[in-house]
Unconditional design. Sequence first.
Length: 507
Amino acid sequence: MKKREFPNTYVIIFAIIIICAIATWVTKGAEPQTWQVFSSIYRGFGRQAGIIAFILIIGGAFWIVNSSKAIDAGIFSFLKFTKKLEKNSFLRRIGVNNIIMVLIMLMFSTFGAVFGMSEETIAFVVILVPLAISMGYDSIVGVCLVYVAAHVGFSGAILNPFTIGIAQNIAGLPMFSGIEYRLVCWSVLNILLIIFVLSYAAKIKKNPTKSIMYEEDKYWRERVDYTKGGVQYYHNRSSWVSFIIVSIGIIIFTILYSSNCTINFGTGHYSAPWLLPVAALLFLYFGYVSLKKSVHFFILTLLCFTIIYLVIGVLGFNWYITEISALFMALAIFGGIASGLSANGVVKEFINGAKDIFSAAFVVGLAAGIIIILEDGKVINTLLNSVASSMEGSSKVTSLGLMYGIQTMINLVIPSASAKAAITMPIMAPFSDLIGVSRQATVLAFQFGDGFTNMITPTSGVLIAVLGISRIPYGKWVKFIWKFIIALIIIGFILLLPTVFINLVGF
């Protein structure tokens, strides 16, 4: 008897597009969609062109870095470092890997909570998935360390301008007010995250074959056997050429832009003209030291400072996908030069990387078709108005719960925080006044509803890209993550209750 296969991600997404088109025929007040089922796919590619290009550039850049064996060298060094730490009886008792995973998750959760890290996680997945597997875990743990952590932080945001900032502005509230209770919410959600990930990681560490990704992770395990041998270190002249060119570029960039560096943190703006000069000096030092050691460590230095300048750019210059893509394109070129590749060789390896990751980029455009069908069919606004009107006469808790439920359901089809805030908050904020629920509580309901289901909805370009890069089938991801999402939703509702019964600061 032939074993039934779980539908391919492409099949699942196209089926959802069809279901959404059918919904436009059965929803009162909607505009029926027919042939638009097919045109939505093309338009989806147009809408997500930025992320698609970003994914292809990331794929090309990391292929070049991987082909140089730089990441392998970094992982070998990391594993040696953790073994040294395990000699400490206290750290060994707690678990060195557990400490490392918690620190990584808290870092990315903070990024999500403070500046709304989302698309940026795509770049980190390529590093943390092989790292997680080298530590004895699976690709799912790697995704949890960066993507899930960032989105838990995004959900329990403290200063996220893309959720709290926009929603509070529409609701007529002081920017980032109520931060005290949001900090409590963020802490609770992170405790749940840490317990969930560490317990799953321990199970996989004990028996790797229990992972639903065991077969698929063969791809990552075959990249390098971290249990044997090492990396053959070497030096070459071209790596010095790469170092000199990059150093000159960084110095010029520092001279031109250091005075414009302003860190945006919540409602505060802090001039940081010192930040770029410090980063430049650090690159000059570590670049030189790493070159003396081997080409591998210099390329790792290029990768590390690509990430450092990514963070500086996002926080200090409001960079987004365009600028971040430019960073990784530079990494591809100068990493290729450093490894000794010719111009044709750099192009060849870059194209190989783009080919390898093309399926992840393709599915992002396909998934955007879902949103287009629902928007053109005017399904969301129709359902939102009808459900909102049905809340009249309900208790405060019931009404707040319904608001939370509406935001959660809408997020399944419109994962964009800014778009959802623009659609829902003009309706929800005034309605909360009528039922006696604070507008701050309504914003918190939006915040939770906007964040949790980002980690499961097929309309999220970031999720689909992360899964594609990690080679995790969407069906298997849902099988793994759904219980955690349910737990987050329940905890989110519990965290909303104090806004009704307790006089909280800012609420």
